[in-house]
Design a protein around this ligand. Structure first.
Ligand SMILES: [Zn+2]
Length: 421
């Protein structure tokens, strides 16, 4: 059973919860819930497929400006960045949600609210995070809270799919001064994501001479067969369940309908593999590459002529790493969720924007978007057209952001950051 070990984290958290202005922040956020949900309904209608976030970014930037942030601008790679300046001498903190969704333009037909849920593609992942950041800002402003550290409020681009956390990479490259990184990108607010799963996606293409299915048979090696041999070997791989390690061939392409009596000259497949362990990741990666190489060789040797050539291309490369489960941020999140009666638990691994910070050794956390106390509220179908978001007690997830942010950034005149170097 997890327990908060640090007396300092505990005492600072308890002192914070007694502060009048922190009460005010929490009360304001609760009262702001309806406005925040309405703002989410507005934002989700501005579609933002990965690599095409400009429209939503512009609206989000304007909202940050309206809430008094300094120097609101578009950073490298299209990220929207605004600064809420602290009193000085504190850490540089970023809190972010991603602007992009996995859905192409035309997917969002509207947004519907019923039975404690909002329904629209992307409504949770991660549009809700953007609305949460705005509600959090209003709460801090209403209670006149000045943090010690500077806080960057950021809408990141290209988190999903082949974007591969690109916006967050850009932001942290452009802002090496960042000391603490907070992300909002998970369905269940009670989940604490503090680890970073290693993840790569590769495309392998097998090429040969090709020819007629009958007349060229035996004179050339067959690229489709070589690719299929590789997939068969990959299918038979064994990986550990702990640390969790996975592999999946997602695409297989070869031939065309006019060439059904042909030895196709080219075949390709795409595979994704991940692991929470660095050694296990290296092992599954080696096994995949071995399977590809061996299969091309076997197919070439079977016919003894016309060697199959293989080329590889990396489509997605997400760095990983881990942090102490008793780091000040993790312990703070645990106390905050407990105070909000949200039954905290620690996630094993993770593939969120926090990966980029964690891989750079920056203390980081990824937090959740919704109150999800039961199975029904957890089943929200991310990345599918019937995505929904549980909005009962929606303010609680925002309150959680506030408590973690204030512990991380410090409050002027009260206490400094709980994260010390
Ligand atoms: Zn997401």
């Amino acid at each position: 059973m997890y327990e908060v070990k640090s007396p300092k984290v505990r005492s600072q958290f308890e002192a914070m919860m007694k502060l009048e202005k922190v009460r005010k922040v929490l009360d304001f956020i609760k009262a702001d819930e309806r406005k925040s949900i309405d703002e989410l309904k507005e934002l989700v209608l501005i579609e933002a497929p990965t690599h095409h976030e400009e429209k939503r970014a512009a609206v989000f930037a304007q909202k940050l400006k309206d809430l008094g942030l300094e120097d609101v601008h578009t950073g490298r790679g299209g990220c929207v960045i605004g600064l809420r300046r602290g009193s000085g001498n504190g850490p540089k903190v970023v809190i972010e949600g991603h602007l992009d969704t996995v859905f192409p333009f035309g997917s969002v037909k509207g947004v519907e609210e019923r039975d404690g849920f909002l329904y629209a593609p992307g409504v949770g992942d991660d549009t809700r995070a953007l609305a949460m950041l705005l509600s959090l800002l209003r709460g801090l402003n209403a209670a006149n809270v000045k943090t010690t550290g500077d806080v960057y409020f950021v809408g990141t681009t290209r988190e999903e799919g082949t974007g591969a956390l690109g916006g967050m990479k850009d932001f942290l490259d452009e802002h090496p001064e960042i000391d603490i990184s907070l992300s909002v990108d998970s369905n269940d607010m009670s989940r604490i994501i503090y680890e970073a799963t290693l993840c790569q996606t590769w495309e392998f293409t097998f090429r040969g001479q090709g020819g007629h299915a009958w007349s060229a048979f035996g004179t050339v090696a067959q690229p489709v067969h070589a690719a299929a041999r590789a997939v068969a070997k990959i299918a038979a791989l064994e990986v550990p369940s702990s640390p969790k390690t996975t592999f999946a061939v997602s695409n297989f392409h070869a031939g065309n309908i006019s060439g059904v009596h042909a030895i196709a000259s080219e075949a390709s497949f795409i595979i994704n593999f991940r692991s929470n362990g660095a050694e296990e990741f290296a092992a599954v990666k080696k096994a995949v590459f071995d399977a590809v190489e061996t299969s091309a060789r076997e197919e070439s040797q079977k016919w003894g002529k016309n060697e199959i050539e293989v080329s590889s291309r990396i489509l997605c490369d997400i760095p990983g790493g881990t942090q102490d489960a008793h780091s000040p941020l993790v312990e703070t999140a645990w106390l905050s969720l407990s105070a909000l009666e949200a039954a905290p638990w620690l996630e094993e691994g993770g593939s969120t924007n926090a990966n980029i910070a964690i891989s750079k050794g920056i203390p980081a956390l990824c937090m959740g978007r919704a109150w999800a106390p039961d199975e029904n509220s957890k089943r929200v179908h991310n990345h599918s057209l019937d995505e929904k978001l549980h909005i009962v007690n929606a303010h609680k997830a925002v309150q959680h952001l506030a408590l973690v942010l204030l512990m991380a950034a410090g409050i002027d005149g009260e206490f400094g950051s709980i994260v010390t170097k």
